[in-house]
Design a protein around this ligand. Structure first.
Ligand SMILES: Nc1nc2c(ncn2[C@@H]2O[C@H](COP(=O)(O)OP(=O)(O)OP(=O)(O)O)[C@@H](O)[C@H]2O)c(=O)[nH]1
Ligand SMILES: [Mg+2]
Length: 481
């Protein structure tokens, strides 16, 4: 038997975006031909896709680290870097994707249904794309962004229409073996079935799937036997079938009390209450079994169950049962909202990237104003802090977004600490509210070691003047995103 794995933790890394290129076109007799640095390529995504030929998550159990390829950097001559390749990971039908906290991110049902588990980083713009009327020859380019890194959990919930539940040795696997072409393991000791079996049944014009789960015993909800762990495989079914053993040799058991006990365990598990149920009294080929079945039948029917007397071994009552199940399945399918086109691609929720927040915080006894927001944080990631022009461009962008104004409103004063990004990964600098001097804001008293390339004082003065001049004109810089 192949190993069955129905829960794995997977570490997915999308590709990083390639850096943009800063380059100036050169030709004989035409020394300053303008910026021609190309854009970096996009990093590849990691995509989970339902593939019906895959039945377990075993592969990911063996190698849980998966990475898509990076985008290539842009090059001179307006050559864009190549995009990274998406990494497509095939998963079984019915795979549920969760984050580590247990929140469901996606529920993948139907061949071809896909989920982007990690998004590749954007490529950085080259200096050709950053050029504008005002910034004719940018001496910088944007960095590619890192791709997403996520730890996710994959859980398999078998997609079956009909689920068989019951005590060990009640004959669940035997029933699957005679209703479908599946050949599960059958034996006369309890817990023969350790993982769910799945079979396909054809009854008239209806084709449906039927699954069993390992046998349940009293106290399964407290983890007795194999526990309720496998019940997630029956969560999606349209109908639950109680398989009751009419020929058990255990003196304290009978079909009705077996049913009560299994129902109690299902109730403990929760979520299956509204599923239609039918009762199958199995093993009526045994004479005592037949008698017992006839005895308990009125009782069960009085409770509202449809009751089928069958023998998996002697092939009795099977046709009636399979057609009745087909009927319930067909009705359930008709009642379900129409399935959307099969090839659904689920993308992670788009982050609200319009806004940003400024909050006052105390870090190690010092006042810090923290700026959080998709755009400011992305722009910081795109900035090559060893390049003053790039830092100036960042300052311009932040200013235009209104970060400066908000800091002012929040009470920030010259020299206060400002951090852009989350606590563990922020760019920190001392605030200079003279936003016209773009590069100065970040450059002069920055605490970030990346700011440390000094410029001579004369150069700085000249830059500042140029930037002031620039800022008095209306900003018309290229806004890439
Ligand atoms: N006489 C008789 N025996 C049956 C019938 N159905 C199943 N059995 C026997 O009952 C025993 C258990 O059958 P399984 O199909 O393995 O039972 P199960 O419910 O899948 O059991 P677990 O996997 O342990 O939960 C086997 O020895 C079967 O041959 C039947 O209709 N009549
Ligand atoms: Mg079994």
């Amino acid at each position: 038997m192949t190993t069955f794995v129905d829960r794995v933790e997977l570490h997915v890394a999308a590709g990083n975006g390639g850096h943009g290129c800063a380059s100036v076109h050169r030709e004989k007799f035409k020394p300053l031909g303008g910026p021609d640095g190309g854009n970096g390529g996009r990093g590849g995504d990691v995509i989970l896709t339902v593939d019906q030929s895959v039945t377990t998550l075993l592969e990911y159990h063996h190698s849980p680290h998966r990475k898509a390829t990076n985008g290539k950097p842009g090059e001179g001559g307006n050559r864009s870097g190549k995009d990274g390749q998406d990494l497509v990971l095939p998963v079984p039908d019915g795979t549920v994707v969760l984050d580590r906290a247990g929140n469901v991110l996606a529920d993948l049902v139907g061949h071809g249904t896909s989920f982007v588990a990690a998004q590749g980083g954007r490529g950085g713009l080259g200096n050709a794309a950053l050029a504008s009327a005002r910034r004719k020859a940018p001496g910088f380019a944007l960095l590619g962004e890192p791709g997403d890194l996520h730890d996710i959990v994959l859980e398999l919930k078998t997609v079956a229409d009909v689920a068989l539940v019951g005590y060990p040795s009640a004959g669940k696997s035997s029933l699957i073996s005679v209703l479908s072409a599946a050949k599960p393991k059958i034996a006369d000791y309890p817990f023969t079935t350790l993982v769910p079996n799945l079979g396909v049944v054809t009854a008239g014009s209806t084709v449906y799937t039927i699954a069993d789960v390992p046998g349940l015993i009293p106290g399964a909800s407290q983890g007795k036997g194999l526990g309720l762990e496998f019940l997630r495989h029956v969560e999606r079914c349209s109908v639950l079938v109680h398989v009751l053993d009419t020929a058990t040799l255990e003196s304290e058991r009978d079909p009705v009390s077996d049913l009560d006990i299994i129902e109690e365990e299902l109730r403990q598990y929760g979520g299956l209450g509204n599923r239609p149920r039918v009762v199958v009294l199995n093993k009526i080929d045994v004479p005592d079994g037949k008698d017992l079945a006839e005895m308990v039948r009125p009782d069960l029917e009085a409770r509202g169950y449809r009751v089928f007397e069958v023998s998996a071994v002697a092939h009795l009552g099977l046709k009636e049962l399979s057609f009745a199940l087909a009927d319930i399945v067909a009705k359930a399918r008709a009642a379900k909202p129409k399935e959307e086109a099969t090839r659904i691609v689920i993308r992670p929720k788009a982050v609200d990237d319009a806004g940003f927040t400024v909050t006052r915080e105390e870090v190690d006894g010092e006042l810090v104003f923290r700026v959080r927001g998709e755009k400011p944080e992305r722009w910081v990631r795109q900035t090559d802090f060893s390049n003053d022009e790039a830092v100036g461009y960042l300052a311009d962008r932040l200013n235009r977004l209104g970060v400066e104004d908000e800091l002012m409103k929040a009470g920030a004063r010259s020299g206060d600490g400002v951090a852009i990004g989350p606590e563990d990964n922020a760019v920190v600098f001392d605030w200079e509210p003279t936003m016209t001097a773009g590069a100065e804001m970040l450059g002069r008293r920055g605490e970030d070691h990346r700011f440390e390339a000094p410029r001579p004082a004369t150069q700085r003065r000249r830059d500042r003047q140029a930037e002031r001049d620039e800022a008095t004109q209306e900003f018309e810089g290229f806004e890439p995103f």
